[in-house]
Design a protein around this ligand. Structure first.
Ligand code: BDR
Ligand code: CA
Length: 311
């Protein structure tokens, strides 16, 4: 079975990504670590606990982590995910509680307890992972695989013209992580933005399922869908975090990828968080990442449908 740690700024698509990992046969979620990003940390933690309750997986521990980026103030994305990060659905306060241990400590401890066995999915600003690496750099060689949802393959930013949100919120952390020597795969914003990952047609099918999970899906992604409606005239979702989890579960979802040298800009005000992918090997540096170039969206959609039909 696959053993995962998921690091998340739990809002919207982060929740469906968690739901998929928590309910997928053969996947063991060892821990969920939360980090400030989409919304402030306490809400990320609360939403992760709500998602555990929905998934009926109260056994999975949640470790709260960094309340802000390494060197900068936090800015959030309530305009994308709603004031609560859950589409403004006002879920009741979860009865589950988070653990005391800090996310960075938990990451270091778990990787050392299971060297070579754990895969980590980082679907949020990379603050927790940069902190964990600073506490114990040996984790880079002991983690089986690091899947990073973040960055964008050459200037397809979503939160600045040059940068994707997760890298933009904590560019220093992203810079530390891409150079740390992890066995890293980058799933950038470009992969899920060139064409809609879920469009009106698929969203209608999901709505019509009317299962407990499909209703959860429609709630947590409500603000995001309404935003698509305003911008494009129809509902659409890019689903970057769930897509990354799906790739970790079934590598065939990553239709095309290649090894490249990547770097993250963190000094410029204009282009901070920009992820450079040396597509033409101009720098002649050793590749430090597998970069996803294209997703198999049909396969991904099938995975989401089968997940939401479960109950
Ligand atoms: C990323 O930013 C967040 O809003 C999403 O949760 C995703 O992880 C996309 O840029
Ligand atoms: Ca996220």
């Amino acid at each position: 079975s696959k053993i995962l740690i998921i690091d998340t700024d739990t809002a919207g698509d982060d929740c469906t990504a968690l739901l998929m990992a928590l309910r997928w046969p053969g996947v063991e979620v060892k821990a969920i670590t939360t980090v400030a990003g989409n919304i402030p940390l306490h809400l990320c933690t609360r939403n992760a606990l709500t998602t555990l309750e929905t998934a009926e997986r109260p056994d999975v521990p949640v470790y709260p982590g960094a309340v802000k980026p390494l060197m900068r103030g936090l800015f959030t994305a309530e305009h994308v995910h709603g004031p609560d990060g859950m589409g403004g659905s006002n879920f009741p306060e979860p009865s589950l509680k988070p653990r005391e241990e800090h996310a960075a400590n938990a990451i270091v401890r778990l990787i050392n307890e299971h060297p070579g066995e754990i895969e980590m999915i980082a679907q949020a600003p990379l603050t927790n992972l940069a902190l964990a690496y600073s506490l114990d750099p040996s984790i880079a060689g002991k983690l089986k695989h690091l899947w990073v949802m973040g960055g964008a393959n050459n200037f397809l930013g979503n939160d600045s013209p040059a940068a994707e949100f997760n890298f933009l919120v904590d560019p220093e952390a992203a810079h530390i992580v891409v150079h740390a020597g992890f066995n890293l795969t980058m799933v950038g914003w470009d992969v899920c933005h060139r064409q809609p990952v879920m469009a009106e047609e698929q969203l209608r099918l999901i709505e019509a399922m009317d299962t407990e999970f499909s209703r959860f899906y429609m709630k947590v992604l409500r603000t995001n869908m309404e935003r698509g409606l305003k911008q494009h005239g129809f509902r659409r979702l890019s689903h970057p975090d769930t897509l990354t989890v799906a790739m970790a579960i079934d590598n065939r979802v990553m239709a095309r990828s290649n090894r490249y040298y990547i770097d993250v800009e963190h000094k410029s005000e204009l282009t901070k968080g920009y992820s450079l992918v040396d597509l033409n090997n101009i720098l002649k540096k050793e590749p430090n990442a597998e970069v996803c170039l294209e997703a198999d969206l049909e396969r991904f959609r099938e995975m989401v449908f089968s997940l939401l039909k479960q109950r």
